[in-house]
Design a binder for this molecule. Structure first.
Ligand SMILES: Cc1cc2nc3c(=O)[nH]c(=O)nc-3n(C[C@H](O)[C@H](O)[C@H](O)COP(=O)(O)OP(=O)(O)OC[C@H]3O[C@@H](n4cnc5c(N)ncnc54)[C@H](O)[C@@H]3O)c2cc1C
Length: 599
């Protein structure tokens, strides 16, 4: 309804071209610059918004909350539709105000923008960027909407939404623009910034028989993940998603549409490889290298429970004898979960290993479990593999849930294992990169002690695919040439500790867990993570899967790369148009990104 109102009011006004003729308000000095909110005198008039809407071919929408229909009428068809689809990440991603996380205790709550640009091309994006810069608006960028930190929504902002930029093209021999003879042509895939990884896996693997390194969760946005660094199940073998970036089209704060790569704007190119989304410009297109597809992708699974704390420690000791000799290599990624109730869950994946090899690798560990008198088997451990080309096949899959909405592309589906995360409301979250030195025999007892002690507070997931030590030299070198904290290549795993509830969006009418329980849960995450930080002082943390309240975020997310990132920020966005919580340069701004605190 709000959208119809906007279009009606837009249609009633004379058509004016947008451009340099716009009566832009005087630019405020950079220091103490304040962004404008609706209702303030400097807020653009309806006429101004109409001119922007004209310039972008009518792609400007008024912002409204995801559950606005329920707030006005709980019995309405629109409210029922939203409630009925809230477990579907593709539906959430299709909504202008959709966020895949429904908030974070004491941190952020989803809030609609004042206006949303549903961008059709880079010219639309450039028009909106210039409009926001000239009018001193708070600008926010959204792709797949998976930011845990809430960085793709902001109240009273203009949102650039890239969802519709989703075209995918394969190349046999790609050379970045301007690189000429300097680089060898390589097979690659180009994609609009709003595509999701499942769109690339479908084109590159299911239909193209090659592989591109992206994210594990199928509905994560391509541009957001690459700017995070980005890990998928097979990253141990291929490096981060950012490591595969060959070229990007970026609209910078000055409104220029730039093609950036190793030969053109190389520092900006480096910064968007892991420097964090929403801080340097709007990425509108990306080109990523593709790899030869391994013959097999596979998995190992199982769930065990020790009958006592001592038995659980013995289980951890045995696993960390087994892991370095058998699984610490490019083939094995994903997770084991160390539970507070002495459970140990295996959900690992493999690449380049057939079913026979997979079972042979795990046999000694599984045999030890079977022989252990004080370990119960809750889910029988096993391992297997299947042709890699069919990994993302939806038809006949028992582990993928298809998007069943009318008109949904047949390849749109999400892993059953990701269902719990859809719309989650976080109580606490943290991650710690665990250095490979902890696998040395002298250090292992400390590792086991810390994992045992931490898991008394909150279960700990070890994501082996998110620590690249043990990977091939080429993947390590390509990842080292990104902005991500160098701790990533020296780590054997990323420990993730989190809890929450949900979905719990404003307006959906669900009763939350009581505040005392939620705060106790948040404390449990902090206490578990403190146990790991005792053995990893100055721990690195993955920017996109991290603690909202990490005070040492510059060091944790980027380590020694932070000063270089800051220099790129100052060069390409000197007035801080692009602001996100704990993004590069955000230390200069108030928490809401509306007031500049220092030059
Ligand atoms: C359920 C879930 C599963 C996840 N799974 C994985 C995983 O498997 N592997 C992993 O590494 N991470 C994972 N993450 C973290 C995720 O990769 C990051 O949050 C990533 O940044 C999300 O990108 P997005 O486009 O989906 O999100 P968005 O929320 O749209 O964007 C994230 C950030 O990037 C910015 N951004 C988005 N698009 C652009 C653009 N075109 N130009 C400039 N800035 C942009 C936004 O402003 C925001 O700051 C997961 C997160 C969730 C919630």
């Amino acid at each position: 309804m709000q959208r119809r109102n906007l279009l009606k009011s837009v249609a009633a006004l004379p058509l004016l071209a947008l451009g340099s003729s716009l009566p832009a308000p005087a630019m405020a000095a950079a220091a103490h610059l304040k962004r404008v909110r609706p209702g303030e005198p400097a807020w653009p008039t309806t006429n101004d918004w109409q001119k922007l809407n004209d310039a972008v071919g009518g792609a400007l929408l008024p912002g409204h909350a995801l559950f606005s229909a329920c707030e006005s009428d709980r019995g309405s068809a629109a409210c029922k539709e939203t409630l009925g689809n809230i477990g579907n990440p593709f539906y959430i991603g299709d909504q202008p105000a959709g966020t895949q996380v429904s908030g974070w205790l004491d941190a952020w709550t989803p809030a609609p923008s004042a206006y949303v640009l549903k961008a059709r091309n880079s010219a639309d994006v450039a028009a909106a960027v210039s409009f926001a810069r000239e009018r001193r608006l708070r600008l926010v960028v959204k792709g797949g909407a998976h930011s845990y930190q809430g960085n793709s929504n902001a109240q009273d902002s203009l949102l650039i939404w890239t969802r519709a930029l989703n075209q995918v093209t394969l190349h046999d021999a790609f050379v970045p623009a301007g690189c000429g003879e300097k680089v060898k042509p390589v097979p690659a895939v180009s994609t609009g910034a709003g595509a999701m990884w499942i769109d690339l896996y479908d084109a590159v693997t299911s239909r193209g028989s090659r592989y591109v390194q992206g994210g594990g969760c199928t509905s994560v946005g391509v541009a957001g993940l690459v700017q995070s660094g980005g890990f998928g199940s097979f990253s141990k073998g291929f490096g981060t998603a950012a490591a595969g970036l060959l070229e990007a089209e970026v609209v910078t704060a000055d409104g220029r549409v730039r093609t950036v790569n190793a030969c053109s704007d190389p520092e900006l190119y480096w910064a968007i490889k892991g420097g964090g989304g929403g801080s340097f410009g709007v990425v509108t297109r990306l080109t990523l290298r593709t790899h030869e597809l391994p013959e097999y992708f596979g998995a190992a699974w199982g769930k065990l429970q020790a009958q006592s704390d001592d038995a659980f420690r013995r289980l951890l000791v045995r696993f960390f004898e087994f892991y370095p000799t058998s699984l610490f290599n490019p083939h094995w990624g994903e997770q084991v979960t160390i539970g507070s109730d002495n459970t140990f869950e295996i959900s690992m994946v493999s690449q380049g290993v057939d079913a026979k090899q997979a079972t042979a690798v795990w046999r000694p560990f599984f045999a030890w479990i079977s022989a252990a008198p004080d370990i119960d088997i809750l889910d029988t451990p096993d391992a297997g593999a299947r042709p890699a080309r069919h990994w993302w096949d939806v038809a006949g899959s028992h582990s993928m849930i298809p998007d069943k909405r009318a008109g949904a592309p047949p390849h749109h589906a999400w892993w059953e294992g990701d269902q719990d995360q859809v719309g989650a409301f976080l109580h606490g979250y943290d991650s710690v990169w665990l250095p490979v030195t902890l696998l040395e025999s002298a250090q292992r007892p400390h590792l086991v002690d810390a994992l045992f002690a931490g898991s008394r507070y909150q279960e700990i997931e070890l994501h082996f695919n998110k620590g690249l030590a043990g990977g091939p030299g080429e993947a390590i070198a390509a990842t080292a040439d990104t902005a991500t904290n160098p701790a990533v290549t020296a780590a054997f795993a990323l420990a993730i500790i989190a809890n929450g509830e949900g979905p719990l969006y404003p307006g959906m009418g669900r009763t939350p867990v009581d505040a005392a329980t939620a705060h106790a849960n948040a404390r449990a995450v902090d206490q578990a993570s403190a146990q790991l930080r005792r053995i990893v002082p100055d721990a690195g943390s993955y920017v996109s899967e991290s603690n909202y309240f990490n005070a040492a975020w510059q060091q944790a997310f980027w380590g020694k790369n932070y000063p270089r990132l800051r220099a790129v920020k100052d060069r390409y966005d000197p007035n801080g148009l692009f602001f996100v919580h704990h993004g590069v340069g955000s230390e200069d701004w108030s928490a809401d990104g509306f007031t500049r605190l220092r030059d």
